[in-house]
Every structure is written in C-alpha cells, then in structure tokens.
Write a protein that binds this ligand. Structure first.
Ligand code: HEM
Length: 423
C-alpha cells in the first residue's frame, strides 16, 4: 500500500474513533499512529502523541487554553453542522461549561483549583475510606445474593456514582439520576449527533436545578451536614464560590468522577482476568494492588486523550499550529511511548519506570486522584481477598465496545462470576 493511501485510511480510522466507532480496535490504530510523525493533523484536529510532547502540552499555559467550546476550529465545525435549535442548545451548554474549573484558564483556574483543594485533601479522602468500603461490601452482598454472577461495568458504575453521591451529599436514592446525568453530560463533547446534544441539554437543566434546589438548599437548611458545600462556599474570610460557580464545580466533579472510575474498575478487571498469572500474584500479595492500578492507568488510559485549543500561532515538528486550532494530547499513545516505557504494549503490574500520564500532568493534574486510587485499592483488594477465583463470564474477544464515550473507551458490559470462594 502506498504511503499516502496508508495515511489516508489511518485518517479515516481515527475519525471513526473520535466519532465513537470501531472502539474495539483502538490500540491497533494507536500503534499505527505511533509510526506517524509525532504531531499529526487529522481532519480538523492536530494530535500530539509522544510522551514528552504530551507532558509539555499539558503543562503549557502560554500556548494552550482549555476553553474548548468557546474557541477552537473543532467547535466551530460542529456548530456549523447542527440545526439551528441544536446549535442554540450547544452554545448554551458551552457558555455554561465555560464556568467550570476544567474549562477555565490562568488565574481563574488557579482560584477555582485553590478553592476545590479545600475539600480534596488527603484527610478528607482518608475519612471516606470506610464509606467506600461499605459501598463496595454492600454491592458484593447484592452480587452474592444474585448467585455470584454480575456485570462488572454496572457494578463499577454503582461504586463510582455512590461514592460521588456521598461526596456531593446526595441521598443514595438519587444515584440512578446521577448516573443518567453524568452519562448524558459526557456524550455531547465532540459529537455531531443532535440526539446526544438534546439529551445532554436536558440533563444539564435538570442537574443544575438539582444542585441548587436539593444540594445547596439542603446545606443551607442544615448547615454542617454537607462537607463539600461547606468547604467550597462557607470558608470565613477566604474566597468562596458563588451559587453559579458551585453548580458548575459540582457538575465538573460529577462528570470527571463517574465515567472515568467506571472505566478504571471495569477495564482494570478485564486486564487482570486476561493476565491470570498477575491476578494470582495479587491474590497472594494484595500489596501489589497499588502498582497494578498504576499500570492500569498507563496501559489502557481511562481518559484516552484530553483536548486543548491553541491561543497563539506556533510551529511544532514542522506542523504550523494556528490560534484556534484544536489539539488533542493523546494520553493513550504517550503512555505507550516506546522511547519511555520498555515493552509498552505489555501489561505488567511489576513495571518500574517513569510515571504514566493517565491522570494528566501539571496544573490540571486530576483533582480526584487520591479518591480514585482509594476506590480502586479498596475494590481490587476486597476482590482478591474474598473472591480469588473470580472469572469472566464471557470470551474477552467477544466483548462489545460500541456505544461508549470515545474519550472514555469502555465495554458495554463485563459479565463476571465470583466463583466458589464468594459463597
Ligand atoms: C479513573 C479515574 C480518573 C481518571 C483516569 C482521571 C483523569 C483525569 C485527567 C487525565 C485529568 C486532566 C485533564 C486535562 O489536563 O485536561 C483530570 C482532571 C480532573 N479530574 Fe480526574 N480522573 C479520574 C477520576 C476523577 C475523580 C474520581 C474525580 C473527582 C472526584 C476527578 C476530578 C477531576 C477534576 C475536577 C479535574 C480537572 C482539574 C483541573 O482542571 O484543574 N477525577 N482527571
């Protein structure tokens, strides 16, 4: 095949991935991307794929903005393709997201991040450990009651959403609503699909109303009961969040924390089942859970890429990047850069080497990193100690990867049997 033809078909395959198609093949496509120049234009996007370049881009606040929906050629291209009412919804959501920490820049980002750090401290995360364990024990009790056969994707989603419900001070009863909102809000980014945009719009309206009238109003009626709202809105003599900023912050945290954690706990179990010897090593020595979780972040990058928009013109590796260009820092390829990781395509829980970029890097490094590491540690340790015979209830090659958010690539279901020790 001629070089241009090969690049042409790779281009199509990448565009299919961005549209959420052919996700079962993602890593074979990423492997081909690695053979291409490290700064790779694909349709309206430029991909940055090497470890050092991705790290530098994530840390670069002079060249890049995170305000993806307001500036950027990709956003313009999407809006231009929509019907007038879908385009209005899109713009309204974009204006709203603009208030989120993840979509703010510079000093505004620093301020929101400082405030958020009042809650996301090691002390608060540690204090949540017992609650996380209770949630996980409760879900395993349900799985046992159902005969020890369950869907790990749904199970992981329940863990992630119940922990997040606890974080935002929402009653367990509302967990299904939180899951629906988080799913809908995760699916409008980068899509031309008007149905998804409408669903996200409805979720946005309902969720904003819920935060204001249930979570914040509940805290005002009973001060002292909601640690998150108190930390972010009631600090004496310090900068606080307004109600509008609080709604944006809670929404940011919910969206950032549910789907990501669901992917980690479901794809993580899939890899351990695919590498049975490593699972057995963990069962023999559960202290291996921690390095195993770090290897999961590296190996399948629960967040496959993270976008930025160029705010100045510059050239990188021979590619002209103009103001407004949407650039994707591909964590999935950076984490398998062969110049940084030995045998990058091998899943190895005993790997030693440089840190992965699965939780980002720099000023936007994942705010929930210690929380999600705790959730994963408690989940996999409980599973190893109680259910070492756990196994997949299906052939891993038959799993369905369609329908997920392409950034957070995931199976639609992962049938699991806990095995006899689970009795
Ligand atoms: C498997 C689990 C998770 C993964 C892989 C993950 C990954 C990431 C990554 C890659 C970023 C950087 C994004 C960028 O630079 O554009 C990020 C930021 C963020 N994460 Fe996570 N995350 C996870 C779980 C969580 C959880 C549980 C929470 C909340 C409790 C959370 C809250 C956030 C927030 C708020 C940001 C934005 C920080 C900022 O803009 O300063 N994440 N995460």
């Amino acid at each position: 095949m001629a070089v241009d033809e090969a690049t042409g078909s790779l281009n199509d395959e990448l565009l299919a991935i961005f549209a959420g198609e052919r996700l079962e093949n993602t890593y074979s496509i990423w492997n081909r991307v690695r053979e291409q120049p490290p700064v790779l234009p694909v349709g309206p996007i430029v991909l940055i794929t090497r470890y050092d370049d991705v790290k530098a881009a994530l840390a670069d606040r002079e060249r890049y903005s995170a305000k993806l929906h307001l500036v950027g050629n990709r956003a313009e291209q999407i809006v231009a393709s929509l019907s007038p009412d879908a385009a209005d919804m899109w713009r309204e959501m974009a204006m709203y997201e603009f208030r989120q920490m993840s979509r703010s820049d510079g000093e505004e980002h620093d301020r929101l991040r400082r405030i958020a750090h009042r809650f996301f401290t090691p002390r608060v995360t540690k204090s949540m450990q017992d609650q996380i364990k209770l949630i996980i024990d409760d879900l395993f009790a349900d799985a046992e009651a159902a005969g020890g056969v369950y869907d790990q994707k749904a199970f992981a989603q329940q863990i992630a959403a119940r922990v997040m419900a606890y974080v935002i001070g929402s009653p367990d009863l509302d967990t299904p609503k939180l899951i629906n909102w988080a799913n809908a809000l995760g699916r409008w980014l980068g899509t031309h699909d008007e149905q998804r945009i409408r669903e996200a719009y409805v979720a946005r309206v309902e969720f904003n109303d819920y935060i204001e009238n249930v979570i914040i109003a509940g805290h005002r009626r009973n001060p002292g009961t909601n640690e998150l709202v108190a930390a972010l809105m009631d600090a004496e003599g310090e900068e606080n969040l307004s109600t509008g900023e609080m709604i944006a912050m809670v929404s940011n945290i919910l969206f950032a924390g549910v789907e990501t954690t669901t992917v980690l706990l479901s794809s993580g179990l899939l890899e351990l089942m695919r590498h049975r010897d490593q699972w057995e090593a963990i069962c023999a020595d559960p202290s291996k859970v921690e390095p195993a979780v770090e290897e999961m972040f590296r190996y399948f990058a629960p967040v496959q890429w993270t976008p930025r928009v160029a705010i100045v013109d510059f050239e990188q590796d021979g590619v002209e990047i103009r103001t407004g260009q949407t650039v994707m820092a591909v964590l999935a390829t950076a984490n398998r850069d062969p110049s940084v990781f030995d045998e990058p395509d091998v899943f190895d829980i005993d790997r030693v080497g440089p840190p992965h970029l699965g939780l980002g890097f720099g000023a936007r490094f994942c705010l929930g990193s210690s929380l999600v590491r705790t959730e994963a540690r408690v989940f996999f340790t409980t599973l190893a100690e109680r259910y070492p015979d756990v196994e997949l209830g299906t052939d891993p090659d038959e799993l369905d990867w369609s329908g997920s958010n392409p950034i957070m690539r995931s199976v639609s279901a992962l049938p699991v049997r806990l095995g006899p020790q689970g009795r």
